[in-house]
Design a protein around this ligand. Structure first.
Ligand SMILES: NC(=O)C1=CN([C@@H]2O[C@H](COP(=O)(O)OP(=O)(O)OC[C@H]3O[C@@H](n4cnc5c(N)ncnc54)[C@H](OP(=O)(O)O)[C@@H]3O)[C@@H](O)[C@H]2O)[C@H](O)CC1
Ligand SMILES: [K+]
Length: 495
């Protein structure tokens, strides 16, 4: 798991690395610029001409070094110094002096961009106020150009740790140093980065680990999977109960049930309304079925006494009898539990029940469900804060779903970086709830099951997108790719 640090902590790490490892700041800048160029040329191997817009600080210094290194690689790189301050930082000045030909842009100057790609190195993590005035006009010109834009470290104008910005460069790619920044994970700010790539510039890792932060990034090596021993039997892999489905929403129950079986659960019993019986038996013959007394809706959800984990919610609906039944159920359940979809909406109407949930219950809300549960938030930063407060107050694990799903427990916020926009499709969440429940049922701790589930689900989405493309991707494709996702993580073969 990688710790995500703030801009101020990055500066401290920078200074520590310079002192402790005896590397000068100009050499560190050169190293960062080299790593940038390596990554950049992998992304854009055929590019022949670029314009580099560089500021007067160290982000600009990187930009000027990058222009020089690209020229050395045969790329026609034209540098523009965006002179928003009278003097250049020392390392920016050194790199300016090492370039043969750099156009200086000041207020009132205009530049017609005549290149295949723009590199944005105007502001980095040193941004300390919103960008406005002539710089905002320049940003506007860059954003309107129809060539790709690649930002150095952060899109210029974007704060690394907070929302509230002026003009911001809208990048197609951001090549960031050492760690992605917290704002990359929040929808309102993350939309500016395009696809981000993180390069290791050799800052002192031990120092980073010693910094205080509640924010982390999950890595493949953090994904735990229950071992399957040679002499094991189905009883060793948990007895999972799923309570799901209603008239018109049996698909959610089926997708979730399949995900549970695909994620290694030993035995699954699905409790569904009577009318869903045939559909479930035919679609998931591996599952046992108990039929509710309600025909179209579940009205009497009963806890399976030997269940090792329970999931309730997918496709449940909010019929009055279901609401009544669920409230009874939640008052009596004492098992590892995952609450999804309509179970969350019903809980939102009855928030007093939150404190009665078993310790470490996993809630899997998307943004809308989260707001219904815990109140509207002005942006993603506030939402994460609210999720941390709720996770602490009620001892929950909250899986806040989004482009970078965050797993929030009483101790930390862990962001996921697998998955893609193709997964924003009906049924995707049912599959996720199923994976997490299966892992929980096999004895994993709630936070670990949630983290692993989120990672595997996203990876399945990435494999599925490679096969069918993001546009056509649907939840059933996730189920088809899930075995590869699980197997590759198990064999440490992430591709
Ligand atoms: N530690 C690392 O990871 C390394 C980082 N490198 C690169 O350095 C930048 C950070 O560089 P820094 O010089 O600290 O900051 P910037 O280049 O982002 O900004 C420079 C100055 O700009 C002024 N400023 C801030 N906001 C505005 C604004 N809205 N309008 C105008 N001017 C603004 C501010 O100075 P003031 O005196 O005016 O307050 C900034 O100081 C990092 O992102 C990396 O790219 C190293 O190269 C390698 C190691
Ligand atoms: K930048």
């Amino acid at each position: 798991m990688k710790k995500i640090i703030s801009a101020a902590q990055t500066r401290a790490t920078d200074s520590f690395t310079i002192t402790k490892e005896g590397i000068s700041s100009i050499d560190l800048m050169e190293r960062a610029s080299k790593r940038f160029v390596e990554c950049f040329l992998e992304l854009y191997p055929a590019v022949s001409s670029v314009c580099v817009f560089a500021g007067t600080g160290n982000n600009g210094g990187d930009g000027l070094a990058i222009a020089r290194l690209l020229q050395r690689n045969g790329v026609d790189a034209q540098a523009y110094l965006v002179k928003y301050a009278d003097s250049l930082s020392a390392d920016c000045k050194s790199n300016f002096d090492r370039l043969d030909n750099c156009v200086v842009l000041k207020e009132g100057d205009h530049t017609g961009v005549n290149c295949e790609l723009i590199i944005d190195a105007i502001f980095g993590s040193g941004l300390n106020r919103p960008v406005e005035g002539w710089l905002a006009d320049l940003f506007d010109d860059i954003n309107r150009s129809d060539v790709p834009v690649v930002s150095v470290d952060v899109p210029s104008g974007l704060f690394a740790d907070s929302s509230g910005h002026g003009a911001v460069i809208r990048a197609d790619d951001t090549i960031t140093f050492q760690r992605p920044k917290r704002s990359f994970f929040v929808p309102e700010t993350g939309r500016f980065t395009g696809k981000w790539h993180c390069v290791d510039i050799g800052l002192n890792e031990a120092f980073i680990e010693g910094q205080e932060s509640d924010f982390y990034l999950i890595e493949a090596s953090d994904v735990g999977l229950p071992k399957r021993e040679k002499f094991s039997h189905k009883g060793n892999f948990g007895k999972v109960q799923l309570l799901a489905g209603s008239y018109g929403k049996m698909g959610a129950a089926i997708l979730c049930a399949k995900a549970i079986m695909r994620s290694g659960a030993g035995l699954l019993t699905v409790h569904i309304p009577r009318e869903g019986y045939t559909a479930m038996q035919v679609s998931v013959p591996e599952a046992m079925v108990t039929v509710d007394e309600g025909g179209e809706f579940i009205s009497n959800p009963v806890v399976q006494s030997d269940a090792s984990a329970i999931c309730i919610g997918p496709g449940l609906g909010v019929n009055e009898s279901t609401v009544h039944g669920l409230l009874q159920f939640l008052r009596s359940v004492e098992k590892p539990l995952v609450l999804d979809a309509d179970a969350l909406n019903i809980l939102a109407q009855n928030p007093l029940l939150l404190k009665e949930l078993p310790s470490k219950t996993v809630l899997t809300p998307h943004v809308g469900e989260f707001h219904r549960l815990f109140g509207e938030c002005k942006d993603g930063f506030e939402r994460l804060e609210r999720a941390q407060q709720a996770a602490k107050k009620y001892d929950l694990v909250i899986v806040l779903k989004g482009a970078h799903t965050a797993v929030v427990d009483s101790e930390r916020v862990v962001f996921n970086n697998t998955g893609n926009a193709g997964m924003a499709t009906g049924g995707s969440g049912d599959v996720l709830a199923g994976i997490i429940t299966a892992l929980l049922g096999q004895g994993m701790a709630a936070s670990e099951a949630a983290l692993s589930g989120v990672y595997l689900h996203g990876l399945a989405g990435d494999y599925a997108a490679k096969k069918v493309g993001e546009v056509s991707l649907m939840a059933s494709d996730l189920l088809e790719s899930l075995p590869y996702s699980i197997d590759n993580v198990r064999k440490k073969k992430i591709i």
